[in-house]
Design a protein around this ligand. Sequence first.
Ligand SMILES: [Zn+2]
Length: 97
Amino acid sequence: MSFVQIQCTRCKTMFRDRAGRLQDGYSRQCPCCEVVLFFADDAQHPFIKRAMRSARQARKEQREAEAIRIAAPPEPRAAPRSRSSSTGRARVHGRSE
Ligand SMILES: [Zn+2]
């Protein structure tokens, strides 16, 4: 999981948080001044905006990395095919002449 840098809007301290958590509606305390920072897609503060943007970018890169892994050809599954032999139909009947 990738981390993004967040800058506190009050004390300007830089700290890091997981990109996966940094989404609209997320909030966390600054480790330094303990102010609660709110993260929203429509945030006005440039520090919050920047953090949201880099989190989005980090998540996008991670999705792409996963997509590449998924796109790799899957292992072929050897399905055991049970062929019921049709030896029982060899009998000829109805020879009445
Ligand atoms: Zn702070």
